[in-house]
Design a protein around this ligand. Structure first.
Ligand code: BTN
Length: 266
């Protein structure tokens, strides 16, 4: 597996190699092929090129830092060196799996963080991982014609973030007030992702949705607003349906929000 348009991958750091080998029996195809970079613009870009070139399902791209990390909705994902997990996986899911893939990934990242560090985190629709009202991790799924690149970023260690990020973001280390093993967080997130992905493939979406609802419980019943076509819509977040859409009670009746972002109104 080569990617000639990126700098050459480096040897996988020992702590990450060891952590991945400890969970190898739980990973399925995820991480059978792994590329590690010191710095690249975006792991999603590299994984996308690999997927276009025929990379196997589960091929994993990791970087110590990203110089042009992307978030959802055209945002930047600040990716300082050594401080976070920047990971992208090539998946080739069937149509029934695709629609719930990002929710499953949110569950997996939340579970991986909790297992590896003991920090209990919450999910905010559709798949942001929060702690104490601040964002800790996010998922960016990008679809190609025959694949999905599933990228996730987790703020693990304290780092210097720009002021606008600092007010809305946190890290596992900041929340716990003690050092955290980045390699363990990565390996547990991947193991949980493999398990949740398998559940979707086996037609057990209900298990994924119940796990998602448990972790998002504090979000439901809260007032939200979002940008509708030419107008700001407001209502109360009621539930997430089986297709992953957010159902919001508004003055004009229930509305289904299928993409984008909702803002929490205090
Ligand atoms: C979000 O906006 O919440 C999604 C953030 C996704 C960030 C990750 S970091 C690894 C991968 N590469 C990217 O450029 N983005 C994703």
């Amino acid at each position: 597996m080569t990617d000639l348009s990126s700098p050459a991958p480096r040897a996988l750091p020992d702590d990450i190699a060891t952590a991945l080998s400890r969970v190898a029996s739980r990973l399925g195809s995820i991480g059978r092929d792994v590329l590690w970079y010191r710095d690249i613009p975006s792991t999603n870009d590299v994984a996308g090129r690999l997927a276009d070139g025929g990379a196997n399902e589960g091929a994993l791209v990791l970087a110590d830092m990203q110089t042009a990390g992307r978030g959802r909705l055209g945002r930047i994902w600040v990716s300082p060196p050594g401080a976070g997990i920047y990971a992208s996986i090539v998946l080739r899911p069937g149509p029934s799996v695709v629609k719930l893939l990002t929710l499953a990934a949110g569950v997996a990242v939340a579970e991986g963080i909790a297992t590896a560090s003991g920090l209990e985190v919450e999910l905010k629709w559709p798949n942001d991982v929060h702690c104490g009202g601040r964002k800790l991790a996010g998922i960016l799924a990008e679809r190609g014609s025959t694949h999905v690149v599933l990228g996730f970023g987790i703020n693990v260690l304290r780092a210097v973030y720009p002021a606008d990020v600092r007010v809305r973001a946190t890290s596992i280390e900041l929340e716990l007030g003690r050092p955290v093993d980045r390699a363990l967080v990565l390996s547990e997130c991947l193991a949980s992702l493999a398990s949740r992905y398998r559940e979707l493939g086996d037609g057990r979406a209900d298990a994924v949705m119940s796990a998602w609802r448990r972790r998002a419980a504090s979000m439901l019943g809260r007032r939200v607003e979002w940008d509708g076509p030419g107008v700001v819509q407001r209502g109360v977040a009621e539930r997430v349906d089986d297709d992953g859409a957010l159902i919001v009670r508004t003055e004009s009746g229930p509305m289904r929000v299928i993409s984008g972002e909702v803002r929490w109104v205090l």
